[in-house]
Design a protein around this ligand. Structure first.
Ligand code: ZN
Length: 533
């Protein structure tokens, strides 16, 4: 019987870090069945990969696509990067479980990063059923967000969890694990996850230790307190006996940039004493999140409506500004450090004409101070504004990316499909993360070999997640493959012009289906919610 697909004449970079070698790859249905030079056999479809690299499909270890799958199941902007699997439920947020009568809170959270989410579920299992029914084109590895657990068990209040509430959160966590979650994530800068003490997180992590659950953490502070914050994440994993992934490892705020070596040393020392800790990074020196995260945690106590009341109240607004404004020109938060108002740009908001502008520019147009412009904007948009913030060091990005325990995660907030124009000025990582590592960092900067670049995007994340049937290109593995030109594969998206697909990735195969075919995208809808090993 002929194979369903034969990829002939490419150089296989297999995801293990091993040197590339000339080999053909045969696929039968959704499995790789043979890898070797000059395979003899018939196939229904033959792809000529000469001059190209054939690699396992990239795994995005950190994504926020779960807010966008229902509106954009094709996931074109992600798949065209060569990405075939992504990890969602990150930074404390997952679309389930939903608190009783609390779907408005969920919708508001999603809206803050530009997503429209219709909540048609309550439990994590119901949510995963809805996700399967949505026929997403990419494979999904789901985590449950600590924020969703806390909202459901406690609510949006800034207070410690009581005993009954801890039991409630534990029960919800086990329900999510039963349904298929790989673990839980925190976003300790994002209310209500931010309201948890370390002990709460150790207890929760301990509850899933025997089930092999993983703890993924957006840490408590990435600026002045970054070392303590990384140490906290490590401590949670160490005391609970679970694997820890530190999300988007970085140091924000110019004055904190030199701390990066100590941050990486903390990870090295923990690994040396046997703690199962690793991390990820996106290959850009700007981040992106909801603009209301520029306000202190106490201002969020009680949820979005309360936050807006506080901004509208003159005295409270003044208190926020006095707390965060430095010398009238920079804005400092615990989580992000100090940023200039020209370093904060609007990514998406309902006032389309503001997208792409900095807070300094908006303030100039309005004839108010940048801090006031930010407050006005948050009120007008009911806190549903996302931003891009240039608060990181390009040198540090390379340093982190090159670290042997660090893999690649996009942290991207969005998905698009079909011809544009697409709205907003989202962070270009949404389109360019994986090809940027291949082109900018491996080929041009020679930060590491192409084999290492591929490993950081395939074998390493697969091992982190315990996915034994992907992340390496060999017989028996899932047929998730990316074929790219090692000489030209690169990102095209920029901060000014983000809605651009990468170049040099002519084929992407998801579960045996050729989804990107000679550079043309066809939504196959054949993605799966992957099961825990
Ligand atoms: Zn995050």
């Amino acid at each position: 019987m002929p194979w369903s697909l034969l990829i002939r004449g490419g150089e296989v970079v297999d995801g293990t870090g091993a040197p590339r070698r000339r080999a053909d790859v045969a696929v039968e249905a959704d499995r790789v069945v043979a890898v070797g030079p000059d395979l003899a056999g018939q196939a229904v479809r033959v792809i000529d990969a000469s001059g190209h690299v054939v690699a396992p499909g990239f795994i995005d270890i950190h994504s926020h696509s779960d807010l966008f799958y229902f509106a954009c199941p094709a996931a074109e902007s992600k798949i065209r990067q060569g990405c075939t699997t992504e990890v969602v439920g990150m930074c404390s947020f997952s679309p389930a479980p939903v608190p009783p009568g609390g779907s408005d809170q969920m919708r508001a959270w999603a809206a803050g990063i530009g997503a429209r989410l219709e909540i048609r579920w309550t439990t994590f299992a119901e949510y995963l059923d809805a996700l399967r029914a949505a026929r997403v084109s990419i494979n999904v590895v789901p985590f449950v967000g600590h924020g969703a657990l806390r909202l459901t068990a406690i609510g949006p209040e800034n207070r410690p969890a009581g005993t009954g509430e801890m039991e409630g959160m534990g029960r919800l966590l086990h329900e999510a694990l039963d349904a298929g979650a790989f673990g839980f994530s925190t976003g300790l800068v994002y209310p209500p996850s931010a309201y948890a003490a370390t002990e709460e997180l150790v207890d929760l992590a301990r509850a899933m230790a025997r089930r092999g659950g993983l703890y993924f953490s957006h840490v408590r502070g990435e600026a002045a307190m970054v070392e303590d914050s990384i140490a906290e994440a490590i401590r949670i994993g160490e005391e609970a006996g679970v694997g820890v992934q530190i999300a988007h490892v970085k140091v924000t705020g110019r004055e904190n940039w030199p701390k990066i070596d100590r941050v990486l040393a903390l990870i090295d020392r923990a690994r040396a004493r046997g703690v199962d800790v690793s991390g990820d990074v996106y290959p850009y020196h700007a981040g992106s999140t909801k603009m209301d995260n520029l306000l202190p945690a106490w201002a969020h106590d009680g949820g979005t409506a309360r936050l807006l009341d506080r901004i509208a109240d003159r005295a409270t607004r003044r208190r926020i500004i006095e707390e965060c404004l430095i010398a009238g020109e920079r804005w400092r938060t615990q989580s992000m450090g100090a940023v200039g108002f020209d370093e904060v740009r609007i990514a998406t908001c309902d006032q389309r004409e503001l997208e792409g502008l900095s807070l300094a520019e908006i303030a100039g147009k309005r004839g108010v101070s940048p801090a006031e412009a930010m407050m006005e904007l948050l009120l007008e948009e009911r806190a549903t504004v996302s931003m891009v913030v240039f608060s990181q060091s390009p040198d540090n990005v390379a340093r982190v990316l090159a670290h042997p325990a660090i893999m690649v995660g996009s942290d991207s907030l969005g998905l698009t499909s079909g011809p544009g124009p697409h709205p907003g000025k989202p962070h270009p990582r949404m389109y360019g993360t994986f090809p940027r590592v291949l082109g900018q960092y491996a080929r041009e900067q020679k930060l590491f070999s192409l084999e290492t670049a591929v490993q950081k995007m395939t074998g390493m994340p697969a091992a982190r997640l315990g996915l034994t049937d992907r992340g390496a290109l060999r017989p028996g593995q899932a047929a998730v493959l990316t074929i790219f030109d090692p000489g030209t594969g690169r990102d095209e998206a920029t901060f000014e012009d983000p809605h651009r697909h990468p170049a040099g990735i002519p084929y992407v195969i998801v579960n045996g289906a050729v989804v990107v075919d000679r550079g043309t995208f066809t939504a196959a809808g054949g993605g799966r919610v992957l099961g825990r090993p």
